[in-house]
Design a protein around this ligand. Structure first.
Ligand SMILES: CC(C)(COP(=O)(O)OP(=O)(O)OC[C@H]1O[C@@H](n2cnc3c(N)ncnc32)[C@H](O)[C@@H]1OP(=O)(O)O)[C@@H](O)C(=O)NCCC(=O)NCCS
Length: 176
């Protein structure tokens, strides 16, 4: 478990799945996600079963009081080049813009740089998702560029922003 002042990160449990399904079927919560159509509980259970074969790549974000508010994952992990990407969602909307995302991502970055010994953590973000970009900026990510017409969203091509943080940038921030 990774413990912060506002949140802690823990492994997902089967009992979390109905909450995930509720979030991933909420159009407002998912409008900026780089993923496909709504999902069923059955699909989510299959995903959970597959997850057991992979190690430590998905975390639940709980408040310190123990309320499940979101999920955070490591993707595209490449041990040869020591890089990975992350994806994050706070599904409980009343927790948006209150610093929970920034703390959760910062805890994960600490784990990825200091325990996993990675060199680079990247992410893609919908260009219009300004809250997320602000959050990532606060965590130390910098914009690398724009992937033009990277996805189809609502029937039209849309752009994504690529952001990343390097180990040296993390070290500099954590020594402040
Ligand atoms: C993106 C997300 C993880 C960020 O977590 P969060 O807890 O809401 O973020 P934080 O409160 O730590 O930081 C958000 C910052 O953006 C600011 N913000 C909010 N709306 C904004 C907007 N429209 N434009 C610019 N900044 C905005 C907030 O004020 C805050 O900045 P501040 O602390 O300087 O005031 C969360 O909102 C979320 O999961 N949203 C839905 C799913 C999603 O978009 N996932 C990301 C996919 S790339």
């Amino acid at each position: 478990m990774l413990q912060g002042k506002l949140v802690r990160l823990r492994a997902p449990e089967r009992g979390d799945l109905p909450t995930f399904v509720r979030w991933f079927n909420d159009p407002e919560a998912t409008q900026f996600l780089l993923r496909g159509p709504p999902m069923s509980l059955e699909e989510e259970e299959q995903w959970y079963s597959d997850l057991q074969k992979r190690e430590g790549s998905v975390f639940c974000i709980d408040t310190v009081e123990g309320k499940l508010i979101g999920t955070l994952g490591i993707t595209q992990l490449d041990w040869t080049d020591r890089r990975a990407e992350i994806g994050v969602m706070i599904g409980e909307k009343e927790y948006w813009s209150r610093g929970f995302g920034t703390e959760a991502i910062t805890l994960l970055l600490k784990y990825m740089f200091e325990e996993m010994n990675l060199e680079r953590v990247g992410l893609f973000c919908d260009e219009t998702n300004l809250r997320a970009q602000r959050c990532y900026h606060k965590c130390g990510f910098v914009v690398e560029g724009k992937f033009r017409h990277h996805r189809i969203k609502g029937g039209a091509f849309t752009d994504d922003v690529m952001m990343s943080i390097l180990r040296s940038e993390w070290d500099e921030r954590s020594s402040d």
